[in-house]
Design a protein around this ligand. Structure first.
Ligand code: ZN
Length: 142
């Protein structure tokens, strides 16, 4: 299905981004643990907590990263090179969560199913990146 684009949307709609990093076996959880540590050592962002079962629209276990728009150009290519075979959904946060996740996101690795009916169509305020909880290590190259 294609959409007509009557008026271009503005980048200012994007308050932040999420990366959802999925795992579904002990082996892939070990990779996710390693990746989480590598991300924390390199990038200033907010690492969300582990979800060991599906939550919201996410069918598989995962953890979430929330990050400022300015980090996209370094974090996303780094994840492309270092996802270790895991599935990662990157999506913008605007005031339309369903569209953000289902239509406007991008996948690194194998795309996963999402439960559309668990996502509100609209929200009053888009998710901000939130409070930073990582402290990159000096001298670690990106
Ligand atoms: Zn998200």
């Amino acid at each position: 299905m294609t959409d007509s684009i009557p008026t271009p949307r503005r980048l200012a709609e994007i308050a932040s981004y999420h990366a959802h990093i999925y795992f579904d076996s002990p082996a892939s959880r070990a990779i996710a643990t390693e990746l989480r540590g590598q991300i924390a050592a390199r990038f200033v962002l907010r690492l969300g907590r582990w979800h060991e079962t599906g939550v919201g629209p996410h069918v598989a276990p995962m953890f979430q990263i929330a990050f400022e728009t300015g980090l996209f150009a370094t974090l996303v290519p780094w994840l492309m090179l270092n996802h270790g075979g895991l599935s990662i959904l990157i999506h913008p946060n605007t005031n339309a969560p369903r569209r953000d996740h289902l239509r406007d996101g991008l996948w690194i690795g194998r795309p996963r199913a999402l439960l559309a009916d668990r996502l509100p169509e609209w929200s009053d305020a888009p998710d901000e990146a939130g409070e930073i909880n990582t402290q990159p290590e000096a001298g670690v190259e990106i």
